[in-house]
Design a protein around this ligand. Structure first.
Ligand code: MN
Length: 251
């Protein structure tokens, strides 16, 4: 089995190293990941600049290919330019920080997996719901388990799996829930500050744990100590609204 791995925290992040090492139990791993931190770039691609690709070592050994692009660029490059064989699976992560609710629209991690699914390859994104003291072990182990399932089963075309884990020891994880995306997003605002030259600047911050009444959501599964697996898709059409919109006076 050929596996392509990417992320948005950059090729030298801790999470992608844990993921790549674990995935070697499942197949041949090729890592193509951004050369720097690219979180929250969404599904951006690079079209006005060339993409530079350089070999990246970790712990004194060749680890993968560092690219001067986004996660979506990396998956395209991996599949269309770098890998000799088309991958059977694309895995993006393990992200430092959860990718749940509407926030996944901004996520580079999820977009890496979305690009894999767009190109017709079974894909998953894996994120760890913390920004502090991460333990990537349980997430890497779960990714292995899910990869084995994905090899035996099939995900519909146009669908990818968005996986999130709480940052608690494996023995404390209560189980796995198949969830829906929470219909909430960060409550964000801007800190208005002054730079050393007296100019105003803004820095986004916010409350990253919104409340959600939907018990079946990814957000609430994580809060309750479960692994969350959400099947998501990228056809953004509102099919229910099509016929009403057709009745508008648009001619
Ligand atoms: Mn990230």
């Amino acid at each position: 089995m050929e596996i392509l791995i990417t992320n948005d925290d950059g090729i030298y992040a801790e999470g992608i190293y844990a993921l790549a090492c674990a995935m070697k139990k499942v197949g041949n791993v090729t890592v193509v990941a951004p050369d720097t931190q690219r979180s929250a770039v969404g599904h951006a691609i690079t079209i006005t600049d060339p993409l530079r690709v350089t070999p990246a070592n970790r712990n004194g050994k060749f680890f993968g290919y560092a690219a001067s692009g986004t996660p979506a660029d990396c998956v395209k490059l991996g599949i269309k330019a770098i890998m000799k064989k088309r991958p059977d699976l694309v895995v993006s992560g393990i992200n430092l920080g959860g990718n749940q609710a509407y926030n996944i629209l901004y996520s580079g991690t999820v977009s890496g997996a979305t690009e894999g699914a767009l190109l017709g390859i079974p894909s998953m994104a894996v994120s760890l719901d913390t920004f502090k003291n991460p333990d990537f072990g349980p997430s890497a182990e779960f990714a292995v388990k899910l990869a084995r399932q994905m090899a035996r089963r099939s995900v519909p075309p146009g669908t990818l799996l968005n996986v999130n884990l709480p940052n608690i020891p494996a023995r404390k994880i209560k189980g796995v829930r198949v969830t829906n995306q929470s219909r909430t997003c960060f409550n964000d605002w801007f800190d208005k500050r002054t730079d050393p030259h007296g100019n105003t600047y803004y820095w986004m911050t916010g409350d990253f744990k919104p409340k959600d009444a939907d018990k079946a959501s990814d957000l609430n599964a994580l809060l309750a100590g479960y692994v969350s697996v959400t099947p998501i898709q990228f056809d953004l059409t509102d099919y229910k609204f099509i016929s009403e919109l057709e009745s508008w006076d648009l001619a």
